[in-house]
Design a protein. Sequence first.
Length: 230
Amino acid sequence: MDNNANTPHLISYLYLRRAVGFLGFALPIILVLGSVLIGNCQEIQSSISSYYHTLMRDVFVGTLCAIALFLFSYKGYANDKRDNIAGTFASFFAIGVAFFPTAPDMPLPPCDSFLCNIPSVITNPFISKLHFVFATLFFLVLTYFSLVLFTETKNKKTQTEQKKQRNRIYRICGYIMLVCIILIAIYFFVLEKKYPDLAKYTPVFWLETIALWAFATSWLIKGELLLKDK
């Protein structure tokens, strides 16, 4: 729900939402640039999660933990426990993504330096499967935020034009995330083995990035960075 009351409590939530949005936008960019500049990686990793196995591990884990903390602190404006519950679940799933890493790329992408990839002690395939489950549930909860929670209003008859525009953006972002989740699942369960040459285009990385940016856009709009009621 939207509520534009100018109270310190509500304003703090606006900044919280913006912080979540900015982190979502920045994560894939920082991981790629950091791995190039610090680790001399010349190729994009197979997924955002694969950067866990590069020198950008701390950035990957730290950013997810920050997002998890913000989501856990998020309560929403109204006395609606759904915001609380969704934020708590999203926080838990984000922590799961961070601390149950995906399996390292095999073979590892060619690099000009051993610094590109660091040795991994994570070899248990069960942990990698848990990572996939956590990542899927994380994005599904974020989709729920965009499609359901963000689009609600106290009185639909008095919706402002800005609120209607925001709702359209929330829905677009939500459907983009949903489509990306489905395409990633199709790739892993169908296309990866059938068309192995697709891997060189890193489709999972790009789909995850699109989904993250859709999530970030939704939260920045919710934080009234744009389309604020007049």
